[in-house]
Design a protein around this ligand. Structure first.
Ligand code: NAP
Length: 355
């Protein structure tokens, strides 16, 4: 007889008592399912970029995921990840608070689970690893540059947990990389109006490229899309894609530099919409200063700090709308996957980088 579970997974919370699984410090990751849960045989974790960057930095003496990592570095990353899960019952990064998502196969479904899933379905979870009960038996392989980690292990999807069945017209790792950041292009589709000036900070990165595509599609010929890239390498990637009208290399932690460059590029008008897709801290002010009064800043980055954004905007007298990057937005998986079907070029770049 299976035990009765709460749709939001509160029955798995160990501490502190009374909170939901995401803010919880420790959750129960025993893999015996409750009556409304789904057991997933996990194949790959796509660790959130901000989370993975921080794990690598701490585990490998300040290195980045894209650096040359030694066998000892890889072992240290593995130990950190296994340590996180052993302590919390989930892969919630203790420093960034963020998770990521996973792909796997449905192994067992609770007797009272309501939904269309069947045993054997291949899916990507669209709820964060920061709330997903997880057991890692073994880390088999790792692609640090793209935040993907192949494991032997299991996870639990709660009744309220959203997911996407993996499409059959693209490789799984390609779909995984896109679905990881699906909220960003979908929010871009909602926010950008025809004729808008849009700045995508971190536009040469994974979510950034999807946002550039969607922003150009929505802003149209009368709009202007500007990409701020962190390095010449990601700037070249964005330039080759051709979705941005202008690509600028600038350090997003240098708010004044970004402001001056966006002032110059927009004839002093600034942007209607700024989308922050960076993977590092202290980029709130560059985003705010690049936005015109009554404009909108969408903070997709998990490294965003609410206090810095709120007090920072007040401090410079900016009346801008600031949106927290909710990873979920209606139809987000479909919108993100559709971009790869619409743009061969985007699909090629994503395939080369992630699949
Ligand atoms: P990504 O592929 O690593 O892209 C990050 C981008 O930030 C890179 O293009 C990088 O450019 C740029 N960048 C880094 N430092 C910079 C700087 N100082 N100035 C300007 N640009 C800089 O990451 P991603 O997967 O797209 O994720 C982006 C963010 O979204 C992360 O913070 C991630 O945690 C977050 N995220 C949020 C959600 C959500 O639900 N809200 C879901 C998934 C991910 P270079 O490579 O040139 O340095």
């Amino acid at each position: 007889m299976q035990k009765k579970g709460c749709p939001y997974g509160t029955h798995r919370v160990i501490s502190p008592k009374g909170v939901l699984p995401q803010p919880a410090d420790v959750i129960d990751n025993t893999m015996e399912i409750y009556d409304n849960e789904v057991l997933i045989n996990v194949q790959t974790l796509n660790v959130d970029s901000a989370s993975f960057t921080e794990i690598v930095r701490r585990a490998c003496d300040g290195k980045k995921p894209t650096d040359d990592l030694s066998a000892a570095d890889i072992q240290s990353i593995k130990d950190t990840m296994l340590g996180i899960v052993a302590k919390a019952g989930k892969h919630k990064n203790p420093w960034t608070g963020s998770g990521g998502m996973l792909i796997g196969t449905v192994e067992k479904i609770g007797d009272n689970y309501v939904g269309d899933l069947k045993v054997g379905d291949k899916l990507a979870t669209l709820v964060s690893l920061s709330l997903t009960p997880l057991v890692i038996d073994e880390i088999i392989d790792m692609r640090p540059a793209i935040d993907q980690v192949d494991i032997k292990g299991h996870a639990i999807l709660f009744q309220s947990g959203i997911y996407a069945i993996l499409p059959d017209d693209m490789p799984e790792n390609l779909a995984l990389s896109v679905l990881d950041v699906a909220g960003a292009p979908a929010q871009t589709a909602k926010l950008v109006q025809s004729g808008d000036t849009v700045v995508v900070i971190g536009g040469g990165g994974k979510s950034g490229m999807l946002c550039l595509y969607e922003a150009k599609k929505r802003a149209g010929v009368n709009g202007k899309v500007i990409c701020i890239a962190g390095s010449p390498k990601s700037a070249k990637r964005a330039e080759d894609l051709g979705f941005a009208d202008e690509v600028i290399v600038a350090d997003a932690t240098n708010a004044v530099e970004v402001y001056n460059k966006i002032m110059e590029s927009t004839d002093g008008k600034l942007a209607d919409v700024v989308i922050n897709c960076v993977s590092i801290e202290n980029t709130e002010m560059a985003s705010i200063l690049a936005t015109k009064d009554d404009g909108t800043v969408y903070f997709f980055s998990m490294a965003t700090n609410f206090t810095k954004a709120a007090l920072g905007a007040e401090g410079v007298g900016k009346d801008v709308n600031m949106i927290i990057g909710n990873g979920y937005c209606k139809g987000h998986a479909a919108i993100a996957l559709q971009e790869l079907r619409e743009s061969e070029l985007l699909r090629k770049v994503f395939t080369d980088l992630f699949a």
